[in-house]
Structures are given as structure tokens and as C-alpha cells.
Design a protein around this ligand. Sequence first.
Ligand SMILES: Nc1ncnc2c1ncn2[C@@H]1O[C@H](COP(=O)(O)OP(=O)(O)O)[C@@H](O)[C@H]1O
Ligand SMILES: [Mg+2]
Length: 451
Amino acid sequence: MSGSLEQFLNDLSRGLERTMVAVNKELTLRNRIQRSWSMRQCARFLDVSYQYLTKFANSHTDFPTGNYVGRERVFTLIELMHMRALLAASAKKPYDYLAWRTPGSPLPVISFASQKGGTAKSLTAAHFAQYLSLHYGMRVGVMDADPQSTITLYFVGGEGLPAMPDENTATMVDFAGLFQSEESSWTEHDAETLDTFFLKTSWPGLRLLPAHGDTSEGEIQIARLVRENPSGKSFYRYLRDSIERWRDHHVPKTAPNDLVEDGKVNRSKLDSALHETLDCIIIDYQPALTLFQLNNVIASTSLIIPQTMKGFDIATLSTFVTGLLGMLKHILAHERIDIGQGPNMLLPTIVQRTNEQDLNQVSNLLENCPAEILPVFYLRSDAIANASDVYQSVYEYEPDTPGKRKGINRFITNADAVNDAIVARLWPGKERGYAAAWMDNFYEDDEEDAA
Ligand SMILES: Nc1ncnc2c1ncn2[C@@H]1O[C@H](COP(=O)(O)OP(=O)(O)O)[C@@H](O)[C@H]1O
Ligand SMILES: [Mg+2]
């Protein structure tokens, strides 16, 4: 029976392809963004009081009309962006409403990475990206470095949106220029071409560089380039160089208070401003420490390590940390290069409140590496399973029964707190106090439990 594994894999692969066609159809037909938000919720996203926003709405004819669901007026994501533009136009600090980069300011590249699977990397990255859009109107670039395409699934599907990426869709491997061309053993795409690789999503200004099975080619291509070593280009600089090339040609030009003319938001100006640049890039990793992932690390200004808190998980984390450190030392011995100069942090995830081992692990870490670990973290939630099943964040997900609403709301509070804590480190002064409120609550409850 020689070659039976080959036969098996061949047949299975054909069967899976047929299965994927059915899955893709389902995803494409799904109506992605059903969600809209009430005036009260919009006020919270905009960080103004409900009273202020209602008054503002009544005195501005160009305020979005929204839609009535029963007696409540609700607004879509683009209407929320429209509100931001309108508020920014008359604000003392326009950047409070659209937290866009100013000309000349650096571009944060934030990586969510760990060597272990199932540590909520993708969930954390997706929620962070959407949080920045909802609360700050930021233009976020999401890059999927995992051939399993988890974070891609959070953003694709639905009418007018990119369908499931297939082998013709550009991925990070293309962005990094890792494929051979006729003239060269890798491809230096110009900035405009790189920009076309980002796909629009249903989140205004949030663009996706998706992944699919072929993303695993990245590793093979880097191995080839290491062997060939064309013109001595460093094997760890492919993504970094591409991002820098894109960045230097996509500088922020439009200011948040440039979008209103004669009391009206110029929607085509808003639309082009939403796509002229990005305010940050978020990379969701494959659970591995490979040369491709190393390229991502070298391109990043910040590393966030989402990590579960079981005993063995900490051992895997140590392996990842020492492995990465070894690679960095090797690189720094050869080249003076700034790597990860922004804030870096460890984020505990899926922490089970009723599990003593989990809580002990968190407090040990807080004691032994107080500066590195975030004191706000993701608690395990059963409610998230329903949303995860359809690859929706809790920000998007609308439960079909009111009973499920409670658990989702609790998770939103948790996600807001974690995201606020990350914002506080990345953009000090921009935080909203959700992290502080969560900590008061969590650590106070803890004391009660102890008493
Ligand atoms: N706080 C949580 N509570 C319960 N389940 C969670 C939580 N965070 C993530 N999960 C689940 O764990 C699984 C792995 O999450 P994912 O983000 O895909 O991890 P990774 O990207 O690290 O592999 C998913 O099914 C997700 O829904
Ligand atoms: Mg993942």
C-alpha cells in the first residue's frame, strides 16, 4: 500500500475543496453588518453626554437621520463616522472626535502573537481593531498572518464586501513581496500596488489584508530567499520594508475638521480621507515562531502577547519568549535596528474566575513582572461562544434572545476594559476610564470573596 497517504491526502483535499465552496457561499450570503447603534450608544462611542449629543443633533441639519426601530432611532457605522466629522468641524480639539494621525507622526504596527493556539489572539485582535474604529474613528489596517484565516473571517462576507479570499487574493506574502518575478527573486511592489492589497470591509476606514491557505507559502519563500540570498537583503526585513514603502506614500493629509463645507459633511471627502492612510496596523499571528512570523515582529512597533493562564501555558510562553529573544539577539548582533520601540505587553486571556490556579497564575505574574503584564484581562465567558460561532465580535453580535444579551453585555464591558488598558499604553491620555472601572470592580469583588 505504498503511496496510500498521498492517495488519502489527495482525496481528502478534493473533498474539502467541495466543502469549502458550500461554506464560502454561506459566508458570502450572510448579511454582515446588521448592527446599528442607539443615540445613547453613539454618545458613549463619541465620549460626549447623551444630552449634549441630542442637542447637537437638533441644532445641526446635516446630523444623520438614522433609522427607527420601534421608537428608538438607530445609526449605522458610516453615520457614526459622519457624526464624528460634524463634531470635529466645530470642536476645539478636532482630533478628539477622529483620532487620526497627524502629518509626520509615526505609524504604530501592533502585533498579537504567541506560540500557542487558542489563546484568543484573533479574538483580542479583532475586538481591538473594531474598538478603535467605534470609539476613536481610527483607520485601522488588519493583517492576517495565519493561514487558518481566523481574523479574516471576522471581516469578510456579506453583500458588497469581499467574499472569502481564494488563491487569487493577495495576502501578507504578496505584500511582503516574497514571490519571485522574472527580473528578481522577490518583488518590490510600489506603494500604490501595496495599497490595493488592502480590502475594504463593512467598517468605514478599516481595511483587511486577508489570509488563506497559501499564506503558509511565506515560510517556504523566506527559506528559499535565505538560501539564494539575493543582493544580501536581510531575511527578516521583507514585511518591514514593504510597510515603510507603503507608509511613506500614504501620509495623513486631511485633518478631521476639514470635512464639513457649508454646514454639511462632504461625504466623498470623508470617504477619501478614510482611505488615504491608516492610523495603525494590527497583525494577527499564526501560533508559531517561524521566519515569516519573525518578519512580522521586526515590522512591529508593539508586541501584545495574549496568553492563557494554565500551568503548562506559562511553560510554552517561556519557550516563545526565549526563542524570540534568541532571534532578536542574533539580528541585533548584525544590524543596528529599532525593534518594538513602542509599548509591549502580556495580556492574560480566558481567565476563569472560579479557578484558583488561573487566579494564582495571574497574581504571580503581576508580582514577578508588574510592568510587562496588563492588570486588566479577558475573563472566560460562555456567552462569547455564540458570537464566535459566526465569527462576530461582541460589538457586532446581536443575540436572538434577551436572555443572551446579559452575557454579551458583560463581555462587552470586559472587552472595553482590556481595549482601554491597551489604548492607555499605546496612546497615553486617550483612555476612557473603562480599564480603571473594571479594575475597581474586579479587585474589590476579590476582596469581598476573601473576606
Ligand atoms: N474569554 C473567552 N471566553 C471563552 N472563550 C473564549 C474567550 N476568548 C476566546 N475564546 C474562544 O477560544 C477559541 C480560540 O480563540 P482565538 O481567538 O481563535 O485564539 P487564537 O487566535 O489564539 O488561536 C475561540 O473559539 C474563542 O471563541
Ligand atoms: Mg488565531
